[in-house]
Design a protein around this ligand. Structure first.
Ligand code: AMP
Length: 361
């Protein structure tokens, strides 16, 4: 599919695969730019994105008729999550440009492919070994070491599909808990703290990165992000440069999240997400152009905007019964509240987030 050269005109339609909160915030950003959004998801009706976008198609990923009709109604296609079936992408990609492209999805859908890709770029990762079954266990432990984390190669998110091993003796049971799914064993990285870079690359190849944010996770789920991160000037430059390297290697168009461990020996790449990212939500209130607008600009073929940070910000996720704090947050005049429109609060479910500008110095 050849790429249209001209930027999409206002009134054009961005197709979004997936209808969660990231799709919702992408659709809101598209609306601000005079663009329309059409989401496609097996559960689009009344979803966070479905509630607010111009059009929503509720149909399975395998429904070729619905997919073709969707493609015919949109000008470009993007996505808010990475586990889209390959056959779906083949069908859609034949009709419309998909941005970011296939390569980014292939790399990020499989932790083993992702780690090899990063290593080939000369970037540091956790030591790792592929694990297809109990027979590989001994060799994997010898290569990746223990303590470590067993992760399914595919379909993991927010700490799901993972088992931690304090010592090698726990490995067999941990592997069993993954129920035979192909996995990788990662050696545990002894990091000082975690940061992420939200990077963007335009259709013209221009690259722009937001200031790295410092992330706190609990139970494998992001709880908060703070900017600026406690990085030296050299570390900050490193983080941004390696993100640019990844974006260029993938000939990427759009916004990407790159999660990093900060260690005394340098930055170690944990994973990449080929989409807008939870750790970039602070940009909504800390930058003139937020990550959602930056992504829409990129996929629509517009020039990237200026994402420089004008304030120090702390983003706090509202997960599960964090929603009990809602009355207090509503009463806080400076709390920029972003709720996702999810009717039911569940344990571990991301319901919204709050951005607070913090006094610098
Ligand atoms: P992931 O789903 O791979 O992003 O992992 C979720 C969280 O688990 C990360 O943000 C880290 O806090 C932790 N984690 C994952 N992999 C490792 C590792 N190899 N060493 C240390 N901590 C890790």
């Amino acid at each position: 599919m050849s790429e249209p050269i001209a930027p999409l005109a206002p009134g054009s339609t961005i197709g979004i695969l997936g209808s969660g909160q990231l799709g919702r915030m992408l659709a809101l950003a598209a609306a601000r730019l005079g663009l329309r959004a059409h989401v496609y998801d097996p559960a689009a009706a009344n979803s966070p994105a479905g509630q607010i976008c111009d059009q929503a198609t509720t149909a399975p990923w395998e429904d070729t008729e619905a997919l073709s009709a969707f493609a015919a109604q949109v000008d470009v296609i993007t996505y808010e999550f990475e586990n889209i079936p390959t056959a779906t992408l083949d069908l859609l990609g034949a009709a419309r440009p998909i941005r970011p492209g296939r390569r980014a999805l292939e790399v990020s859908q499989d932790r083993l492919v992702e780690k090899r890709f990063l290593q080939d770029l000369g970037l540091a990762t956790a030591p790792f070994a592929a694990l297809d079954g109990p027979a590989d266990l001994e060799a994997a432990l010898a290569k990746a070491g223990a303590p470590g984390i067993l992760k399914t190669r595919r379909f993991g998110y927010d700490g799901k599909g993972q088992a931690r091993l304090a010592e090698a003796a726990e490995a067999a049971a941990a592997l069993e808990s993954l129920q035979g799914a192909p996995a990788i064993l990662e050696g545990f990285v002894d990091f000082a703290f975690e940061v992420s870079v939200i990077g963007a690359r335009g259709l013209d190849g221009a690259v722009a990165c937001f200031d790295p944010g410092e992330n706190i996770h609990r139970d494998g789920i992001l709880r908060s992000t703070r900017v600026p991160a406690r990085l030296s000037t050299a570390q900050r430059a490193d983080a941004v440069l390696l993100t640019g390297k990844i974006l260029n290697a993938l000939d990427y168009v759009g916004v990407m999240g790159v999660e990093l461990f900060v260690t005394p020996a340098g930055l170690v790449v944990n994973e990449i997400a080929p989409r807008v990212h939870n750790s970039g939500h602070w940009t909504q209130n800390g930058c003139t152009i937020c990550q959602f607008e930056q992504h829409i600009r990129a996929v629509a073929g517009w020039p990237l905007g200026d994402g420089s940070r004008h304030s120090d910000v702390e983003m706090e996720n509202l997960i599960g019964d964090d929603m009990d704090k809602l009355p207090a947050i509503q009463a806080e005049p400076g709390a920029a509240l972003h709720l996702y429109g999810k009717a039911e609060t569940r344990d571990g479910r991301k319901m919204g987030h709050v951005n607070r500008i913090i006094a610098s110095g």
